[in-house]
Write a protein of this length. Structure first.
Length: 456
């Protein structure tokens, strides 16, 4: 059949409410024009993130009731450990309360002042944790990944030639490890090919530099490899994931994404010394190594969810929904990142609002317009989130200005997506009325979460 249906039935519902446009304007003004500071009840469709916002399955809810809350060595820990080891093949497994906790401890034990950490593209918390430890986070995305309009696969690949040049420039002693993020959230949710992971690993072996995978959307990346890369159509998503992890020396994960859970994460590695240092810091900051800041019921949920994310029918449905959005945007001439990513649609705010200069933050203008028009909360991935300041204090904008509509897993139905598209089209038709913003206050790190904006 041509129609792809949701591979589940809905057993429980949660009411949502669309407040009036006047109330949305008041709410946004009260939030200093930063949608992160809105109350969730004031958001009709919440696409701020796909992290921890999904709906759990009946099997996960049932598993929750089996949670063993023993402080050390619980039955729930054993189930979690078994699932993570089956997928990653790693020797040492440590749960954390979420992905940024794993990143923080990783950076604390592995990154020194002036170290250089290459990645295809660091996401916001990864970069912040590396920089907070004194390191320099470098993005080495392939050139095709910067072409937002080309509809070609694997635009999340790392540029191996650029990586080789970075190693030669800075020297092995300044590069404690290299990272690859799957899928590449910063660059439009684009996947990384297995061939690219292999090529990066081959180069790193030459220099004895470890590889760490940021694996929060590993199952979606495995699906893209299954669908688009030669030699993988007959492999299961689990087998593809296992091969991806086989090239890594360690991995971090926010299991709030492809763990299909509302909280949780992990750090895994093969290195005994890394494991000992991580274990000690985990006890200090998160909890005993067999619970790592999570309740036993959370470990149970994750042990089920990690496997459910690798269900092929689930991935077909999820990607079909996002492709549906992309086809509509294409038909209306609305600029977006092609091809659509695995977890989100990314609008090209720079092309959507060409009249707004980058340092007046076109992404914020578009985010706020979507909220005012239809109560949809999205997020800017542009110069607010990824801009930086040079040594003279001059603000340098991001190379790209995106607005991400990240779709919670198993939450919204077809009519919700049609409503979203109607709102986007209305904003597109009235785009010339959207103005820029300036920042009136901001923190030193991760400013997009809490900074205040004023309209220009």
């Amino acid at each position: 059949m041509r129609t792809i249906i949701e591979p589940f039935r809905i057993k429980m519902t949660e009411p949502i409410h669309l407040i009036s446009k006047a109330d949305r304007e008041k709410a946004l003004a009260k939030a200093h024009n930063n949608v992160f500071l809105l109350d969730a009840d004031d958001c009709c469709i919440d696409l701020l993130t796909d992290s921890g916002t999904g709906a759990m399955s009946a099997q996960q809810w049932a598993a929750l009731m089996l949670g063993d809350e023993s402080y050390a060595g619980s039955r729930s820990w054993k189930k979690f450990e078994a699932s993570v080891r089956q997928i990653t093949g790693m020797k040492h497994i440590f749960p954390t309360h979420q992905g940024r906790a794993a990143e923080s401890l990783m950076a604390h034990i592995l990154v020194k002042e002036n170290d250089v950490i290459p990645n295809n593209s660091h996401f916001d918390t990864t970069r912040a944790n590396i920089e907070f430890s004194g390191g320099n986070a470098l993005n080495l995305l392939c050139d095709k990944g910067m072409d937002l309009k080309s509809d070609i696969p694997f635009k999340g690949d790392m540029d191996v030639e650029k990586l080789a040049a970075v190693i030669e420039k800075y020297g092995v002693e300044r590069i404690p490890f290299c990272m690859i993020t799957v899928t590449n959230n910063t660059g439009g949710g684009q996947p990384v090919s297995m061939a690219n992971i292999k090529a990066v690993k081959k180069l790193l072996i030459k220099y004895k530099i470890p590889l760490i995978i940021d694996s929060c959307r590993f199952a979606e990346n495995a699906y893209f490899i299954h669908e688009l890369e030669d030699g993988y159509a007959d492999k299961s998503l689990l087998e593809i994931a296992q091969e991806m992890f086989s090239y890594a020396d360690a991995a971090t994960m926010s299991a709030k994404k492809d763990g299909l859970a509302n909280i949780g994460g992990f750090f895994v590695c093969q290195n005994d010394e890394w494991a000992e240092n991580f274990r000690n810091m985990l006890i200090l900051r998160e909890g005993f190594p067999t619970y790592g800041g999570l309740a036993g019921r959370d470990l149970e949920i994750l042990s089920v969810g990690l496997m459910e994310a690798l269900d092929y029918d689930y991935q077909v449905y999820r990607h079909a929904t996002i492709s549906y959005m992309g086809k509509f945007l294409q038909s209306k001439g609305i600029p977006y990142v092609k091809p659509v990513g695995g977890h989100a649609v990314f609008l090209d705010a720079k092309e959507f609002l060409p009249h707004i200069p980058q340092l007046e933050y076109p992404g914020i203008g578009l985010v706020n317009a979507l909220y005012i028009e239809g109560g949809i909360r999205s997020v800017e991935l542009g110069s607010v989130m990824f801009g930086h300041f040079d040594t003279n204090g001059k603000e340098i904008p991001s190379p790209i200005e995106l607005v991400r509509l990240a779709f919670p897993r198993r939450v919204y139905t077809q009519s919700h997506f049609d409503y979203m598209l109607e709102v986007i089209e209305n904003v597109w038709q009235n785009r010339t009325k959207i103005g820029g913003h300036r920042i009136t206050s901001q923190p030193d790190f991760l400013r997009h979460f809490t900074c205040h904006f004023a309209k220009i």
